[in-house]
Design a binder for this molecule. Structure first.
Ligand code: CP
Ligand code: NVA
Length: 306
């Protein structure tokens, strides 16, 4: 039996593979809109295991399976008890015997890696505390559609150095875009990640600053995410205090290029990391970005589970 291709970390893939996945997703989105998509996953089932809440990720995977002629089963931590009711390696083998793929959203990144070590079907990371690869592939697909290219652009991420920021930094480096993170110093991406990124992509244009204004200067994309990720609720008051001065408001957006787009992976906390005015402004592409989760992941499923 051949080893399945998992989709867990952007770092695992070549620039060519990532670029081709984005181009394929754009092509298949067009085919879908023309009603020409083939039901290539007919008769196949996807297991979707979630330890955290979700709107976009759960919906997009489930809708994608329906559109491809297959079926998806939503499983929660309370039912499965991954690593508690039974060992991760047993869950991986039981699901592999019945399903064509596993989508998993867990707190622990190691749990998804362990699922993949023991599964004989593809495992797709639907967000861990460490990374959110499907999100950023849909994001860069949106950038490619809106701005015509990815390489050579500047993406300014204003906010927490979190799972989304880590995956985005990696995808930008691989695909030739500059990535600048603006955050209070203690919320930067960790040295270990930055060193790994520089080893993997020596030409990466990656920097971190405490100054949002300099980060967004001449940016093509202004991106933000919640200051309080799922699982960090107890730190909410501290983080909201620490991030004062890091809100994406219209004054900040005006420092970027006039052609810049504003992005947010959602859910957005209007009045914290982003204003209502920015969310609703003509430069905001957040809802097309959300829809592209479906188009990217449908293409990914068709590729990996076929
Ligand atoms: N952006 C994102 O992953 O949203 P959900 O948490 O709603 O899936
Ligand atoms: N950083 C956020 C992303 C939500 C899609 C979180 O982990 O909660």
């Amino acid at each position: 039996m051949s080893t399945p291709t998992h989709f867990i970390n952007i770092m695992d893939f070549s620039a060519e593979y990532l670029a081709e996945r984005i181009e394929a997703a754009i092509r298949e989105k067009d085919e879908f809109r023309r009603g020409r998509l083939e039901p290539v996953l007919a008769g196949k089932t996807l297991a979707m295991y979630f330890e955290k809440p979700s709107l976009r990720t759960r919906m997009s995977f489930e809708v994608a399976m329906t559109q491809l002629g297959g079926h998806a089963i939503y499983l929660t931590e309370g039912e499965v008890g991954l690593g508690k009711r039974e060992p991760v390696k047993d869950v991986a083998r039981v699901i592999s015997g019945m399903c064509a793929g596993i989508v998993a959203r867990t707190f622990s990144h190691e749990a998804v890696l362990e699922l993949a070590r023991h599964a004989s079907v593809p495992v797709i990371n639907a967000l861990t505390d460490y990374s959110h690869p499907c999100q950023v592939m849909g994001d860069l697909m949106t950038v490619r559609e809106k701005l015509g290219r990815i390489a050579g652009l500047k993406l300014a991420y204003v906010g927490d150095g979190n799972n989304v920021a880590r995956s985005l930094a990696c995808a930008c480096a691989k695909l030739g875009a500059e990535f600048v993170l603006a955050s209070p110093p203690r919320y930067r991406l960790e040295d270990e990640f930055v060193a790994a990124l520089r080893r993997a992509v020596p030409s990466a244009r990656f920097s971190q600053t405490a100054d949002p204004a300099s980060a967004v200067a001449a940016a093509d994309v202004v991106y933000t995410d919640t200051w309080v990720s799922m699982g960090q609720e107890k730190d909410k008051h501290q983080k909201v205090r620490d991030f004062q001065g890091y809100q994406v408001d219209m004054a900040l957006v005006r420092r970027a290029k006039p052609t810049a787009v504003v992005m947010h992976c959602l859910p957005a906390y209007r009045g914290n990391e982003i204003t209502d005015e920015v969310m609703e402004c003509p430069q905001s592409v957040v809802f097309e970005e959300a829809e592209n989760r479906l188009h990217f992941q449908r293409s990914l499923l068709a590729c990996l589970l076929r």
